[in-house]
Each structure stands twice: as C-alpha cells, then as structure tokens.
Design a protein around this ligand. Sequence first.
Ligand code: PMV
Length: 356
Amino acid sequence: MKTLATTTWRSPSNIAIIKYWGKKPNQIPQNPSLSFTLNECFTETSISLVPKESKDEELQLQFYFDKKENIAFRLRLLNFFASIQKDFKFLKDYGLVIHSANSFPHSSGIASSASAYSALAAALCDLEVQLKTGKKTNGKTLLEDKKWLKRASVFARLGSGSASRSLFPYASVWGASESIKGSSDEFAIGYESGLHKDFKTLRDSILIASSNEKKVSSRVGHSLMKGNPYANARYKQAHKNLASLKDALKTGDWEQFGAIAENEAMTLHALMMCSNPSFILMNAYTLSMIESIRNFRESSKIPVYFTLDAGPNIHLLYPAAYQKKVLEFADYELAAACEEGRMIHDYAGKGSVKVK
Ligand code: PMV
C-alpha cells in the first residue's frame, strides 16, 4: 500500500501534583492542575495516510497496538476521530494506519491515556501541517511554534484531559488560574520557567502496589464529583494549593512542595471514598508504604514525598541529589509491598518529540 504521508511521535506520561478531578462538558476542567512531565513511561505512535479504499466509508482506520491489530482501541479511536473530524478535514480523505506502543507494560496500573492522546494529537497536528505545506516537517520547529503547540494540546485534551499537559518539558499547567499568567481551560502551557533548578531534577519512582485494571475509570471518577457535597470546597482548595505550589517551585522549597503533593493525593482519594457510590482506590500495601515513607522522612530528614493517581500505586517524589539514599530505602523497605517487587524509576523529562 502506498504511503502518502507519515509521522511518528513519542510522548511521555505525566504526574499531577495539583490534581484535575471533576470536569464540565467538552472536557473543561473544574479546577487548574499542574503536573511534571515524565520521561521513561511513554507512548510512541505513528500515523500513515494511505489511499482510501471506499469513498462511502466515513473513516477508514486500521489500528495496531504492540504490532497486533486491536479492535477495542480502534473503536475508541473511531469515536474520537468522529468528534474531531470537523477540525481535521483530511481524516475523511485518506485511509489511516496507526501503530502505537507503550514503553511500560500495559498491565502495570500506569495510566496510558495521557501519553497516548498527546502522541496522537501531536502526530495529527504534524500531518495537518505536512498536507497544508506539501513539505516534510521538523519536530523541533513545530514544538517551538506556539500556535501549533496550543492546537496539539487542545486536541490531546479532548482525548484525555491530562494528556493536554504531556507535550511540555519538565512541567505544565492546564486550567485557568489567576496565579498563572497565560493559563487556560482549553489547553496547557509549559511551566519550565516557573521551576527552581532543583525541581528540574525531580525523580518519580513508581511503586506498583497492584497492576490490576483501575477500579473506576477516569470518566466515572470525574462524573462522581457532580454529586459530591465537598466538590466546591475542593475546587477552591485546588486554586489555593496551586498558588502556594507556585511559590514552592520558584524558591526550591521541597518541604512545601511535598506537603501540597501529599495533601492533593489524599484529597483525591478522600473524594472518591465519600462519593456515591464510594470507591476505595488504595490497597493495604499503599497504606503500609505511605506509613514507611513518612517514617523514613521523619527520621532521615530526606525530602521524599508521595503522590497518587486514581489507583493504588505510589509515586515517590524526590530530588536527584538524594537518589542513592532513597533507592536504598525503597529496595530495603518498600519493595516487599510492591507486586513482585516492581518499581519503575522515572524522572522529569523533556516532553513530546518527533521520532525520525
Ligand atoms: O485525564 P484523565 O481524564 O484520565 O484524568 C486524570 C485524573 C488524574 O490522573 C487522577 C489527575 C490528573 O490531573 O492527572
């Protein structure tokens, strides 16, 4: 089959310090969020445009995950493409062949929607430029183009809210906030310039307490905020936490950073516990690891903190300068609580890239 245009993008996952939990229609967040971009956990996605076999078919799509055709993912993508077809008119003019793969195991309990949709959105926006100009593109030039980056973030967001934040180096903010200039509900903005140099060395060791499928999908989780009696207080708290996190990130204050990170994680889980129906997303291993981390911090005075996504796995956050000591502690005291001793050692990275 003749390929008419093609591109491959690699995009990382991210870990939110200020959490996005609760949304309005059209994937508009109820509160601003701030995350660090990871490096080792990424998705690589290539899209090739081929001649369309039948004009009758609205969208022609073949989807391969890990080199195998994947029908469930294909259906999900068809829905996504149908929803953005008016913005990417070329989608109906070509056949699409998409290959996607993750660097981390599918069943690791690590959310892949952020890396997947950011890689996909970057690839789509790249193809759009290629078709418009009739020229090959350069990934670095695209990423430096503010308008292009904004568009990629908008469409990543429409796939999965947190994906809007994955394109940027080191850290990013999504959601309008009075304290962050240029922030918007529609797209994320890079936040590298707001970071003290120490925060660029952030390490995130992901402690796998369970690799089981999530108990509750993000979609259901966000929707449960609608009936949650604490929702408004939570949205206010996120704004307040973001304003004080901003100071901590600027001055290099790990203690304040850690206090906010843990407060946000516990709030997210508390909200799920008191929603209707109620969900407990931690397991006994999560709780025992939290206890050990806090004890170790207290006795060693090492700035090591944790955050959690909407699941039982712990993200252990610390500066690179303490890596050796923290890893010794993790191997000695935390590995036993991890499923088959599994941990993924990641760190703040440079965001999405086009793969040559
Ligand atoms: O992007 P979604 O819809 O999968 O939601 C992500 C929600 C959290 O990971 C729990 C928090 C966040 O801001 O990433």
